[in-house]
Design a protein around this ligand. Structure first.
Ligand SMILES: Nc1ncnc2c1ncn2[C@@H]1O[C@H](COP(=O)(O)OP(=O)(O)OP(=O)(O)O)[C@@H](O)[C@H]1O
Length: 294
């Protein structure tokens, strides 16, 4: 689908985009924090493109190490020069030196890329330590490469971090010193109008059907705490309905089944005291309520 990568911009995003651009142009790194599926990565990519520099995306994970970011020795290269120009003289010179493969962050720092470090709290704090000097002193320390111990940061280099809130499974507590260097913006879930726009544009579902789906999701989100089911869930349902010509009608059995399959897990997460079947009853009850109130 042609609109898959398109960022849907509505008044909801205007202020945060403007502020982020200002902070970055003043040389400060920005950090978007928010629940899963709220649109942090999409927003970061959209803003990063505005700087007209190559965009490097790093994705944090438990196994990420300094070697991934900075590079590492990757075997050896051997150079051999044989001089046999005069028959009676045979000279051979050999040079063996370690082959260094630069990490992605090095390229980005040297060449002034805009970096998105997505889900950075999924990397270990000790891995993220290198950002302390990069963000403050504008130098990147290079370990294990002999004499050259740091590289200077290109003036165009900028960086946007994203993360889920700390209580999310699989995230590490970030060192205060790193948090202190970032401007952290808490991303709230978008408003209904924006969600309808995103679904309509990205899945091709008719606007009135997107609106119906978003209303149902909003009701279900108001049960329990937190932002769930996410925008990802509404897009999944919309795309399946669109591609298989399933009517977005609360009494339609196929539509009900898709909603139950996609929504039961996230709703159960919000309402852990309920059994799986009670969660499904709750979803169906909400769907019936909507149908009656039409
Ligand atoms: N403004 C937008 N325009 C178009 N699509 C969007 C927009 N915001 C979010 N989306 C879509 O919603 C889905 C979730 O967005 P995204 O991956 O950016 O969320 P996230 O907050 O980074 O999630 P996670 O924390 O799980 O990585 C994606 O399919 C994305 O394309």
């Amino acid at each position: 689908m042609e609109n898959v990568d398109k960022f849907v911009n509505t008044p909801f995003f205007e202020s945060v985009i403007e502020r982020t651009e200002q902070y970055i142009r003043s040389g400060f790194p920005v950090h978007f924090v928010g629940p899963s599926g709220v649109g942090k990565t999409s927003l970061a990519i959209h803003i990063a493109r505005k700087f007209n520099k190559p965009v490097t995306i790093l994705r944090g994970h438990h196994e990420m190490s300094n070697k991934d970011l900075l590079g590492q020795q990757y075997g050896y290269v051997k150079k051999e020069v044989v001089d046999n120009y005069i028959h009676s003289v045979y000279k051979k010179e050999q040079e063996v030196r370690p082959f260094w493969l630069s990490g992605e962050l090095v390229e980005a720092v040297l060449n002034g890329h805009t970096v998105i470090y997505d889900e950075f709290t999924r990397s270990r704090p000790e891995t993220n330590n290198i950002f302390l000097s990069l963000l403050e002193e504008k130098v990147l320390p290079i370990y294990g490469k002999g004499k050259e111990s740091f590289i200077e940061c290109h003036p165009d280099f900028s960086i946007i971090f994203t993360s889920n809130p700390e209580e999310y499974a699989g995230t590490f507590h970030t060192q205060d010193a790193l948090m202190d260097r970032l401007i952290t913006i808490n991303l709230e879930p978008c408003d209904e109008k924006t969600e309808i726009e995103i679904i309509t544009l990205k899945t091709g579902l008719e606007r009135k059907d997107s609106a119906k789906l978003v209303r149902l999701l909003s009701e279900l989100r108001s049960l329990g705490n937190g932002y769930s089911p996410s925008l990802r869930s509404s897009m999944m349902i919309a795309l399946i309905c669109k591609e298989h010509s399933i009517p977005v009608r609360n009494r339609d059995k196929n539509y009900q089944n898709i909603c139950l399959d996609v929504l039961s897990r996230p709703i159960k997460q919000k309402l852990p005291h309920l059994s799986y079947s009670s969660v499904q009853e709750q979803i169906l009850k909400e769907m019936q309520k909507k149908e009656e109130s039409k």
